[in-house]
Design a protein around this ligand. Structure first.
Ligand code: F6R
Length: 367
């Protein structure tokens, strides 16, 4: 039941504040993140020397955000590997490796096979999953469920923000257990503030982003640039657009521009740029602003996603989409929302069925 929405995707985008709130609920205790399902795993978390996050598609981009969070808070090295690549080499894993899988459906065959492979090699496994009792959590040593509710549209939206939320929780939980993070930084407050901030993005930017997409219905290619945690969001923005609007799209790490992709920039080329907050790193922010200048000088049509009050981007942007202030790790959950709306609106403007894109299945149960 679409509940009055034009599509399941529209409904699920609108449900994101709730998806995040439900994923956090019951996992904060006395001002710290405590995930009850992970009770009893303290020794495991203290003993590991490596984490490998494995997933496919959108879930792998959530994993890339998770890498930043786990490394910063839990001080453990993290690699992110596509599940279908992981199994076909000889990874260095063992009893001190934690393999974290991420899957909305819990049935993705590539991810399941990676989990089994990791377990056979002696690694410990933890799954982040949105479907109670699915195969992947059953095959894992531990599970942290996302509580996004059933996701029907093929293109993942609310499950993605819930996956990032679960990874932030995991990073804070492990950081506490490993003694590498105490909540002096206000991370719990940041988490709790997320649902209302997502609601604000939906309320304040949706109409404008949709209008922008309407103007761009004939566009043949769109690029997305980001740095740090904005990089996986650039990849996700491009994937959403490819999947449902069938427009060629690429996401790049902004720093890669001069190593190749800048050759793609010609007059009129639309480029979304995710601008990190200058409050986290003035240097990172300045680098992205200079990337924007480089592409603008070559005629790109620049659509910037930047925090409220960031005026440095104004002289070089054709369009500015605003997100509320948040600490770096929490920004992706806000920044992805306008990209989802953009993809959905553009597909709708092209007359496409956003819930059932061609050639795709919701759950990929073959390798
Ligand atoms: C993209 C999308 C896919 C899935 C991927 C993994 O919108 O939905 O890329 O993210 O197939 O699926 P799960 O999370 O079910 O393992």
């Amino acid at each position: 039941d679409k509940g009055g929405w034009p599509s399941f995707m529209a409904k699920e985008v609108a449900e994101q504040p709730e998806a995040v709130a439900n994923t956090i609920r019951g996992r904060i205790k006395d001002g710290a993140v405590v995930i009850p399902e992970l009770d009893g795993l303290d020794d495991l978390f203290r003993g590991i020397d490596r984490v490998i996050i494995t997933a496919c598609g959108t879930a792998s981009f959530a994993g890339m955000v998770g890498k930043y969070a786990l490394e910063q808070w839990a001080r453990v090295p993290v690699d992110v590997e596509l599940a279908h690549e992981f199994r076909y080499r000889d990874p260095v894993i063992g009893a001190h490796t934690l393999v974290v899988s991420i899957s909305q459906s819990g049935e993705t065959m590539d991810t399941l096979m990676a989990v089994k492979y990791a377990r056979e090699r002696g690694a410990r496994t933890l799954s982040i999953c949105n479907t109670q009792g699915a195969t992947i959590p059953r095959e894992s040593d531990a599970v942290v469920y996302t509580h996004a509710g059933p996701e029907v549209a093929v293109a993942s939206t609310k499950a993605f923000v819930a996956q990032i939320t679960a990874l932030l929780l995991l990073g804070l939980h492990m950081g506490r257990v490993r003694g590498s993070h105490t909540d002096g930084s206000g991370a719990v407050a940041e988490l709790e503030a997320l649902p209302a901030k997502i609601s604000r993005v939906l309320a304040e930017e949706e109409a404008r982003v949709a209008q922008l997409a309407g103007w761009m219905a004939d566009t043949r290619s769109v690029l997305f640039l980001g740095r740090h945690v904005g990089y996986p969001i650039a990849l996700e923005g491009a994937l959403k657009l490819k999947e449902i609007s069938y427009i060629h799209a690429e996401g790049f790490a902004a720093g890669e521009l001069k190593h190749g992709p800048i050759a793609l920039i010609e007059p009129g080329q639309p480029v979304f740029v995710l601008v990190p907050s200058p409050r986290h790193s003035a240097l990172l922010h300045a680098k992205v602003v200079s990337n924007i200048q480089e592409i603008r000088a070559r005629g790109a049509r620049v659509i910037v996603i930047a925090e409220e009050g960031d005026a440095a981007v104004l002289p070089f942007a054709d369009e500015v989409i605003r997100i509320p202030l948040a600490e770096a790790m929490f920004e992706p959950i806000l920044a992805v929302v306008p990209l989802q709306i953009f993809a959905m609106a553009l597909a709708t403007a092209k007359g496409l069925d956003v819930d059932q894109p061609r050639n795709l299945a919701k759950s990929v149960t073959v390798e």
